[in-house]
Design a protein around this ligand. Structure first.
Ligand code: SAM
Length: 261
């Protein structure tokens, strides 16, 4: 597992408080710019789990752990599922509750949800379990508890792909910056499998996602090309489909099942 750091002007020492503040500010900006409306069926995450979702009963309960702006939650609600969005950002959840009064949103920490045991049929979480320096065990353990036997866990976390490993091996150490703080973990396939299986899940699938984003980051960080250039974006879009996920996938998806007994 590899750590990523960010430079932060926040002087908050408490990690949970930092995560909440960081994402609240992020969602404030994105919501202001009105950029949050993703078409869910077109997302790589949805396409990767679609076959599992189609097998769920019509009354299934789905939990989004770390729902951000809640677009998946609203989508599953509109499809008739019992859909619950859960996020640590109180302000974001409060805005979502006002904007979508018929949809269930709850604020809190996914490491301690307070939901009953065996409450949900499927638990999905995109880009959340990696944000705590002591690891993802508390997130996975809680997911296991709230899932019904036979229920599915779908998560994505940052992928420690081949490009990242090579970069880390050859990169000169960065000068110490006292504003730098832990941001997230990055996982290889084997590391993510281990984390999930250690909590009792049976792993069904691991799959690199977000090749276009991974290639864009390579152009920016390995070749110094500005990410907003049309050329950089166009090349990422054109070349990503023919490149291996193991090399440039930005995220890693895991699908796992809680055993029936
Ligand atoms: C990278 S964003 C992903 C948001 C959303 N899943 C998406 O794909 O757009 C991480 C989200 O997880 C939330 N989060 C981080 N740690 C959390 C925790 N322990 N409990 C609940 N939410 C958390 C953040 O507030 C943020 O909304």
């Amino acid at each position: 597992m590899r750590k990523d750091y960010i430079i932060s002007s926040h002087d908050t020492v408490d990690e949970t408080a930092f995560v909440e503040r960081y994402w609240t500010e992020m969602w404030d900006k994105v919501a202001d710019r009105g950029q949050h409306a993703r078409k869910i069926e077109n997302t790589e995450e949805y396409r990767a789990i679609e076959t599992y979702i189609r097998q769920l009963p019509a009354s299934a309960k789905l939990l989004d752990g770390g729902c951000g702006l809640g677009d998946f939650v609203v989508y599953f609600h509109d499809r008739g599922f019992q859909s619950l969005g859960y996020d640590i950002s109180r302000k974001t959840i409060s805005l979502l509750q006002q904007r979508f009064p018929g949809v269930a949103f709850q604020d809190g920490d996914i490491r301690k949800t307070g939901l009953p045991d065996a409450d949900v049929d499927a638990y999905y979480s995109w880009g959340v379990f990696e944000h705590f320096e002591n690891g993802m065990k508390d997130c996975v353990t809680e997911a296991y508890r709230v899932l019904k036997p036979g229920g599915y866990l779908f998560i994505t976390v940052p992928f420690d792909n081949i490009r990242q490993s090579l970069r880390a091996a050859f990169e000169a150490p960065k000068p110490f910056d006292k504003r730098s703080r832990f941001y997230q973990w990055r996982f290889t396939r084997a590391e993510l499998a281990r984390e999930i299986e250690a909590c009792g899940f049976k792993l069904d699938r691991l799959q690199p996602l977000s090749k276009r984003e991974g290639l864009l980051r390579s152009f920016m960080h390995d070749f110094g090309l500005p990410g907003h250039w049309l050329l950089t974006r166009g090349a990422s879009r054109a070349l990503a489909p023919i490149m291996p996920g193991a090399l440039i996938g930005h995220m890693l998806l895991a699908v796992a099942r809680k055993p029936l007994n």
